[in-house]
Design a protein around this ligand. Structure first.
Ligand code: TNX
Length: 593
């Protein structure tokens, strides 16, 4: 019985790079020496090792079965992954694939096998700090498919790879005619493990409200590409989106705006998640082995809260509601006199948010907070202490690194513009962003890498992109793809390093929603009619760039090349079309007609 390798045994596996072609050879076998793209396998993110075996393809038909092999304690999870697989393969084919025990010698069986490994301990709702839990091995031949992993998330990630081995129509949301060659998957042997344990996707539901169904759609997008954290930016100047029972004003008042949408617009729609709706999102993410990371941003980006609660302002009077486009707005009043009120607010809010999120993280924000002396520290101290008191691991934007008492194990999200910051690494230590990152590292924090000129997918692709911003850069597909987290905080001459790969917990891709309407830079919205539906904005900005960032997070640098990625995307894009995703046909890829 094969169990997934926890770490690549160097003696067994060699990855040879021939020009732009990454070719994996497994010693002792006689593999076809093909890169994943030219082998006709449109696999994204590219797996650690792929061997194309010469034999016949597996044929999925109405008699195919899904077999579950698992120790009793993991049976519910393995059963659940089996159901996910049955749904993925059954929707477009119309096949009702039964789940059952393995049958020796069965033909047409897809076997999901969980093989525990004492070295890999997966804990439901645990920290995302072990790449081993996502590892899997997948073999396909003309009789059987066998997917093995040590942990349920690994099985789920392997299912995403398996989906990509079947024809693109398999991703359609309605029953399709059988493709000419049948519903087949080629004979392959794949062994895969991610580079980074934390692979996040952030959605800004504050500037624009994403209804539950749209959040689920975003989860589908992210989980298909093996991302495992859903960071929800739940609060900002323009809106407060999560219900807090003990402070109903936060949603009664604070949710009535979106950016560009004043109170009273929106035909009476409700722009926040009730406790039940929020639980539905958490459960849906959990089904895809994604951990929700809720963000309550502060002390800046809090005008919606300040408009709801007089206790957060120095004169006790709520501020007017805000639906403009600016950042760096006034922060909550964390003066010595008002600190008790701020603490009370944080205690109530964070207790409620901690209770609604089984995951281990609380993101406390901390960006763009123009602060009178001492206020930022006072706020940060209170928020860190309260979050820690609820047993949560703190995450903050890199400015949060300035917190005097940063709790142990904290993660700091780096969102600098690499193009501008890399050249000053190692110079006089005066750059505020780098100073904050250094301060965080000095306190033992690790980094989530979200350089704004690479991962901020609200940035326009090019001058023709209708939506979005360009303050960090315009981000082409190649720019979204072509960076290495390990050297992102190293000077261009390679001589000075602020942080290396060992300091990095992972990578996160972000979709802010500030300017989600056409002609976004030329004018502010004159009416809510100018906005496009959130799904349309998200699909267009995320595809094809989200798969690019997902590959940065999952695949080893040595296995990646842009030309190869582009070739694979040509094969992947019909899946987006089949799934009804409104993607952007960027010009630098020769998309199939
Ligand atoms: C910067 S990133 C922000 C957000 C904006 C975004 C727009 C960060 C921590 N702050 O408030 O939405 O730019 O690109």
């Amino acid at each position: 019985m094969n169990s997934p390798r926890r770490r690549r045994p160097v003696a067994l596996t060699t990855t040879i790079t021939l020009g732009v072609l990454a070719v994996s050879l497994v010693a002792g076998c006689t593999p076809e020496e093909k890169d994943v793209a030219s082998a006709g396998l449109g696999l994204v993110p590219v797996p650690t090792d792929v061997r194309v075996d010469g034999g016949g393809a597996f044929v999925l038909d109405a008699d195919s079965t899904i077999a579950l092999v698992t120790p009793e304690v993991m049976a519910p999870d393995v059963h659940h992954v089996g159901e996910e697989l049955a749904e993925h393969l059954g929707t477009a084919t119309g096949f009702d694939l039964p789940l059952g025990p393995a049958v020796d010698g069965a033909v047409g069986e897809i076997r999901l096998e969980l093989v525990p490994d004492t070295e890999v301990v997966w804990e439901r709702d645990g920290l995302l700090d072990d790449t081993g839990v996502d590892a899997y091995e997948l073999t396909v031949d003309d009789e059987q498919i066998v997917l093995t992993a040590t942990s349920p998330p690994g099985l789920f990630r392997g299912v995403q790879t398996l989906r990509q081995l079947f024809p693109a129509q398999i991703d359609a949301t309605t029953v399709q005619e059988e493709p000419a060659g049948g519903w087949t998957a080629p004979a392959v042997t794949i062994s895969d493990e991610p580079r980074f344990a934390y692979r996040g996707a952030m959605l800004d539901v504050a500037r624009r409200f994403y209804p539950v169904e749209s959040v689920k759609r975003f989860i589908d997008h992210a989980s298909t590409y093996k991302l495992n954290a859903l960071h929800l930016h739940l609060t900002d100047d323009q809106g407060w989106r999560i219900a807090v029972d003990a402070l109903p004003e936060l949603t009664e008042v604070g949710s009535t705006t979106q950016e560009g949408w004043e109170p009273g617009t929106g035909d009476g729609e409700r722009w926040y998640y009730t406790a039940d709706e929020y639980a539905e999102i958490v459960a849906y993410a959990r089904d895809k082995y994604m951990t929700v990371v809720p963000e309550i941003d502060g002390p800046g980006h809090t005008l919606a809260a300040q408009a709801s609660l007089g206790s957060l302002t120095c004169d006790g009077v709520p501020t007017p509601l805000y639906w403009g486009p600016e950042v760096n707005n006034p922060i909550v009043c964390a003066s010595d006199e008002n600190l008790g009120n701020v603490q009370g607010f944080l205690e109530t809010v964070l207790a409620s948010v901690a209770g609604q999120n089984p995951g281990p993280y609380l993101h406390l924000g901390g960006d763009e907070a123009p602060s009178p002396p001492g206020w930022y520290q006072s706020y940060a101290e209170a928020a860190n202490e309260i979050a820690t008191g609820h047993g949560k691991t703190v995450i903050g934007w890199h400015q949060w690194g300035a917190s005097e008492a940063l709790p142990p194990g904290a993660l700091i999200q780096y969102w600098g513009v690499g193009e501008r910051l890399r050249p000053v690494i190692g110079g006089e230590a005066t750059n505020a962003d780098l100073v904050d990152v250094q301060a965080a590292l000095d306190k033992g924090a690790r980094l989530i890498m979200s350089p704004a000129d690479r991962t901020y997918l609200d940035m326009k692709y090019d001058e023709d992109t209708p939506y979005g911003l360009e303050w960090a850069s315009r981000i082409t597909l190649e720019e979204a793809y072509g960076w290495d987290p390990a050297t992102e905080l190293t000077s261009p001459d390679g001589k000075s390093t602020l942080a290396d790969e060992s300091d990095m917990a992972g990578v996160e891709v972000l979709l802010w929603s500030d300017r989600s309407y056409p002609d976004s830079l030329a004018s502010l919205p004159t009416s809510t009619d100018v906005f496009v539906p959130v799904d349309q904005y998200a699909d267009f900005m995320l595809f094809p760039r989200l798969p690019a960032t997902a590959e940065v997070a999952w695949s080893e640098q040595a296995d990646r090349s842009y030309p190869d990625f582009r070739d694979r995307l040509v094969q992947v894009s019909p899946r987006w079309t089949a799934a009804g995703i409104g993607w952007n046909q960027v010009a630098d890829v020769d998309w199939a007609p």
